[in-house]
Design a protein around this ligand. Structure first.
Ligand SMILES: Nc1ncnc2c1ncn2[C@@H]1O[C@H](COP(=O)(O)OP(=O)(O)OP(=O)(O)O)[C@@H](O)[C@H]1O
Ligand SMILES: [Mg+2]
Length: 465
């Protein structure tokens, strides 16, 4: 835009100025020739030769050219050039011939003597009505062009300086306008990543401040709603825990009285109560996600896998599974809260034991940056794999198999993502499922130690029953 304005203004200006310089030089030459001719009319007598010479010289100086005076026979009387061509005949010069014929001329022609283009202006010297001689002023066209080029160059330079200043000013203004928006974008990204404490600064233009204000209001509202929702779930789960424990105790007591007609029903009721308690526990964990600060630490994934094997060995025996550990490499170090990752891994192992047939083997593999839990169960259909991570979503194996609430995988994913990791499910070659928990390696700079995390109590962990 600025460039366009400079070109639109500068080009006509440069052309106009060049034309004016050209016209000015020509008018000046004509004026000087006229002046010298008028003065010389009375000085043609040889007595006045010195005066005539100095007149020609000073005139030549003022127009930076050469002034030549000839008599009526075209013989040179005075010449400001060096060496002066006094006495020579200039009859052959076209402009001298025209001037001696009584005409004023100005023409541009090639001078064979000087070997360049010249601008020649010639006027007759008239005395008492007759032409007694002529004055010729010559200037180099190259010098004239140089003057025009100098004007054009100066204009170009000015245009460049204006352009540079304009661009610098533009960049400055753009930066000033863009900075608040960029900062707002950063804050929006932090909020999108779950940091609801991030607030935008009220800065920039009125519209920008208003936008930042609305953004903060929206974030406040989301934070309040989320807090209220988590509080509600946490309170409800807490309230449910005690009566559930009481209910289980009473059912057990009823069973302990002796085998009665309702024994089978009571056993089933205890199973239902256990399932409900499990769901309540899981809801409690989810409600605490991101609520309190929990410190991260270095975690050796190989050791993490080994201790998980230890925790689940007894349960695997009960369900009739072989549980084996395979360590690949050293496991590698990651940064996270141990309780969170233990809990996430527990959900994966629990699924492997729940959804694969007794007698099969469940393998836990600690590798660099990841822990895998592999089973020989039915696997998951393509369409199931994405949705089973949603809360309360159960897959085909879940619905047709053991009881569960559909929260295990969403808890595992939420806890792992809080530390920059991920949980995913894949088909296992030869049948079965591979559940993978990845965490950024400590050396990758993926430490998520600043992340706010739920302070999981020991009770949060759902240890194998
Ligand atoms: N290893 C696996 N093999 C086959 N299906 C699986 C496996 N792991 C998970 N699934 C499927 O994914 C669904 C969701 O699992 P998720 O752990 O979230 O809930 P759940 O096991 O049903 O209940 P719970 O909350 O008690 O864990 C399961 O119902 C099951 O269909
Ligand atoms: Mg599960």
């Amino acid at each position: 835009m600025l460039l366009l304005a400079i070109v639109a203004l500068g080009v006509p200006l440069a052309l106009n100025l060049s034309a004016r310089v050209n016209a000015e030089v020509r008018t000046q030459a004509q004026g000087q020739a006229d002046l010298v001719a008028a003065t010389a009319a009375d000085l043609l007598d040889p007595r006045h030769r010195a005066t005539l010479t100095s007149l020609a010289n000073s005139s030549a100086n003022s127009i930076r050219g050469r002034v030549l005076i000839v008599d009526s026979n075209a013989q040179v009387l005075v010449d400001s050039g060096s060496p002066p061509q006094i006495g020579q005949s200039y009859e052959s010069r076209q402009e001298i011939e025209s001037a001696l014929d009584g005409h004023q001329v100005q023409l541009q022609r090639y001078s064979r003597t000087l070997r360049q283009e010249i601008l020649a202006t010639a006027v007759p010297i008239i005395r008492n009505g007759t032409t007694v001689g002529a004055v010729r002023v010559t200037q180099s066209v190259a010098a004239l062009n140089a003057a025009v080029h100098r004007v054009q160059f100066s204009l170009g330079l000015i245009a460049l300086i204006v352009l540079a200043l304009g661009l610098a000013a533009g960049a400055l203004i753009a930066a000033q306008v863009g900075r608040p928006l960029k900062r707002l974008e950063e804050v929006a990204r932090r909020v999108a990543h779950g940091d609801l404490s991030a607030r935008a600064e009220l800065e920039g233009s009125r519209e920008q401040r208003s936008l930042a204000g609305s953004f903060n209001e929206m974030t406040d509202r989301i934070a309040r709603l989320l807090h209220a929702q988590r509080n509600f779930v946490a309170d409800a789960s807490h309230q449910l825990r005690t009566p559930l424990t009481g209910l289980r105790l009473r059912l057990e007591e009823a069973n302990a009285v002796g085998p009665g007609p309702a024994a089978a029903e009571i056993d089933a009721a205890i199973g239902e109560v256990d399932r409900l308690s499990h769901t309540v526990e899981e809801l409690l964990v989810l409600s605490r996600g991101g609520e309190r600060q929990i410190a991260g630490g270095p975690i050796d994934l190989g050791e993490l896998a080994a201790s998980a094997l230890h925790r689940w060995e007894a349960k695997a025996q009960q369900t009739g599974h072989r549980l084996e550990l395979r360590a690949q490499d050293e496991g590698g170090l990651a940064w996270a809260a141990r309780l969170d990752i233990d809990r996430a891994l527990d959900a994966l192992i629990e699924n492997a034991l729940q959804y694969s047939a007794p007698g099969t083997t469940v393998t836990i593999v600690g590798s660099v940056g990841a822990v895998e839990v592999m089973d020989r169960g039915p696997g998951l259909a393509e369409d199931e794999r994405a949705v089973v991570f949603e809360r309360f979503r159960r897959g085909r194996s879940g619905r047709s198999g053991p009881q569960g609430s559909g929260l295990g995988l969403s808890i595992a994913r939420e806890l792992t993502r809080a530390w920059g990791g991920e949980v995913s499910l894949a088909d296992r070659p030869g049948g079965g499922t591979i559940a993978t928990l990845t965490l950024p390696r400590l050396s990758d700079g993926g430490a998520a130690d600043t992340q706010p995390r739920a302070q999981a109590d020991a009770e949060d962990r759902f240890a194998p029953a």
